[in-house]
Design a protein around this ligand. Structure first.
Ligand SMILES: *[C@@H]1O[C@H](CO)[C@@H](O)[C@H](O)[C@H]1NC(C)=O
Ligand SMILES: *[C@@H]1O[C@H](CO)[C@@H](O)[C@H](O)[C@H]1NC(C)=O
Ligand SMILES: *[C@@H]1O[C@H](CO)[C@@H](O)[C@H](O)[C@H]1NC(C)=O
Ligand SMILES: *[C@@H]1O[C@H](CO)[C@@H](O)[C@H](O)[C@H]1NC(C)=O
Ligand SMILES: *[C@@H]1O[C@H](CO)[C@@H](O)[C@H](O)[C@H]1NC(C)=O
Length: 507
């Protein structure tokens, strides 16, 4: 016992020493923030911005749209959302899409990333009835983008599961693979002539961990490490089935690309010279990005994740791992099902092993047996989780490139939140410093194809309602017209896009 205690004390002392060191390094880094990369982005590099259907469309019950899991989650208990808000109207993009496209045009973006609302197309989630008014909305939006020479990047599923399917278990029911892939095929059929970039699923960790694990998000199910991992397993199979459908039935004619979007923070070892902290960092990255992408690239969940979840499951009295196993046939199905990888990066954490992880803890929140913390000097956004760590994006894309054989990567989201600032200088420096770090990674050979600022405009930020704002454009949520007004960052991002350069004059 004494030996353990002594070890722990030593460990804590080491930690304090390295924290001090980290702060010194960080202070130095902050000091040199002015050092912005001065090489231009390549001509074929894509700049864009993004939204998602549930966060901007509103019109929740208009023109035949069916009810989805977030409608239900919010309408049954409005205090789940800050300020008791809803997304029933939000930015009203369903009616104002032409104005949205005009904003995109003004910005000069090459692409617009948006999502299709599943229940606007299929009110019940399945093929029973196609809602033609919903289909027409997306056809109109695509036509307007085309007229303005803006490339659409379309997310097929961005968190809004049809309620009719949620009531049958949603992403924990193995039939979701069939439901989802038929819906995806319908999207390729309906819109594929005009869409060359498809994203199957957005941020599955938020659906699986927050939706079925800790239950903070819709559908509010608390099944950590069980329903949560079934969801992970089905997301991977659903993505892969959709990619195979595209590859077999549509690719030759439509010539598009299909990828997945996974969100990941950078996890910096608490002490860079401590091997245990380095292992904790690797393990957490595999739990966060690798859980979804390792099967898609290599055909199976990461070895380290499988091994620790199995160990913990057996210790908890299960007769097998809580993490489902792919059959040989499924491994072959999922392996190689990507044309590009999408990465959403916002923030970073320090990480170290957590010897106090509860033995009975389950799921993403416990199974990696690690704990994370932030540097108190890090600048904060308005979202409670958003600490500004620009160097994290460079480390993360470098890790991704090394881990998955330098695949084509699109930064599908990156953004900063405030509480309502028109002169958003902090957003400008967030964009500048993240793009600078990204460019440094590109100069080192990392294969980045594009960058997406989240978001085009302030919108419904899930359980945070309208309290935090990520937009380049401000939206007046009090006014019936939902007027959009440019913040200072619009002129900045517009200039970056037109000059392909982050400083006054590039080399
Ligand atoms: C299909 O959706 C409609 C509209 O959301 C609903 O009224 C109806 O009950 C649903 N039917 C089934 C079989 O789920
Ligand atoms: C509604 O949600 C709030 C916040 O999550 C929660 O505290 C409350 O218990 C919920 N009420 C019901 C009736 O479920
Ligand atoms: C939200 O609704 C709850 C329950 O109806 C109420 O007690 C609370 O005051 C409301 N909060 C706001 C910010 O309106
Ligand atoms: C494992 O346990 C489950 C119930 O939790 C049972 O259905 C299954 O048959 C068991 N498998 C083996 C191999 O014992
Ligand atoms: C919203 O915009 C419209 C048209 O641009 C304008 O007439 C109206 O005054 C604006 N409303 C507010 C509240 O700013």
């Amino acid at each position: 016992m004494n030996v353990n205690k002594k070890f722990l004390q030593q460990y804590i002392n080491n930690m304090q020493a390295s924290l001090f060191l980290a702060s010194v390094i960080l202070f130095t880094l902050t000091k040199s923030e002015e050092h912005i990369n001065n090489t231009p982005f390549p001509k074929d590099f894509l700049f864009g911005t993004a939204t998602s259907a549930y966060q901007v469309e509103g019109a929740w019950n208009v023109d035949g749209k069916g009810v989805n899991n977030w409608d239900k989650f919010i309408h049954t208990n409005r205090s789940r959302i800050k300020g008791n808000d809803t997304a029933d109207v939000t930015c009203d993009s369903y009616h104002k899409y032409k104005e949205d496209v005009a904003l995109l045009k003004y910005l000069g973006v090459q692409f617009y990333r948006f999502s299709i609302s599943w229940t606007r197309i299929l009110p019940n989630g399945t093929q029973g009835k196609i809602n033609h008014q919903g289909v027409q909305y997306y056809k109109n939006l695509l036509k307007e983008l085309k007229r303005n020479n803006i490339t659409p990047m379309v997310t097929i599923f961005h968190w809004d599961t049809p309620q009719a399917l949620e009531e049958q278990g949603g992403w924990t029911n193995e039939r979701i693979v069939h439901w989802y892939s038929r819906y995806a095929r319908l999207c390729f059929q309906l819109f594929g002539d005009d869409v060359k970039y498809w994203m199957t699923v957005n941020e599955p960790k938020q659906t699986c961990n927050m939706g079925y694990g800790n239950g903070i998000f819709a559908p509010g199910v608390k099944s950590p490490g069980e329903g949560e991992y079934l969801c992970v397993y089905h997301v991977v199979l659903a993505h892969a089935t959709a990619w195979r459908i595209y590859d077999k039935e549509f690719r030759a004619q439509q010539k598009g690309k299909v990828g997945i979007v996974v969100d990941c923070s950078w996890y910096e070892p608490a002490d860079l010279w401590n091997i245990q902290d380095q292992l904790a960092s690797q393990l957490k990255l595999h739990f966060t990005y690798g859980l979804y992408v390792n099967p898609i690239v290599y055909g199976d969940f990461p070895w380290a994740v499988k091994s620790i979840v199995k160990k913990r499951s057996l210790a908890q009295g299960y007769n097998r791992s809580r993490l489902p196993e792919f059959s040989q046939q499924q491994k072959e199905l999922v392996k190689g099902t990507y044309d590009f990888l999408g990465l959403n990066y916002y923030t970073a954490r320090y990480i170290k092993p957590d010897p106090d992880t509860p033995v009975d803890g389950k799921g993403y929140d416990f199974d990696s047996e690690t704990t994370t913390f932030v540097d108190p000097h890090w600048e904060k956004g308005a979202s409670f989780w958003l600490y500004v760590v620009p160097w994290g994006i460079k480390k993360l894309v470098t890790w991704l490139s090394q881990t998955y054989g330098n695949p084509p990567v699109i930064i599908t989201e990156n953004g900063y939140s405030e509480h309502g600032t028109m002169d958003d200088q902090k957003r400008i420096s967030y964009i500048k410093s993240h793009l600078s770090n990204l460019k440094e990674a590109m100069n080192n050979g990392v294969n980045i194809k594009g960058y997406t600022y989240w978001s085009l405009m302030d919108n419904f930020e899930w359980v945070e309602g309208y309290a935090v704002k990520f937009g380049l454009y401000h939206v007046d949520f009090e006014g019936a017209k939902r007027n959009r007004t440019a913040k200072s960052s619009v002129e900045y991002y517009k200039k970056v896009i037109s000059t392909r350069c982050l400083v006054d004059k590039c080399k």
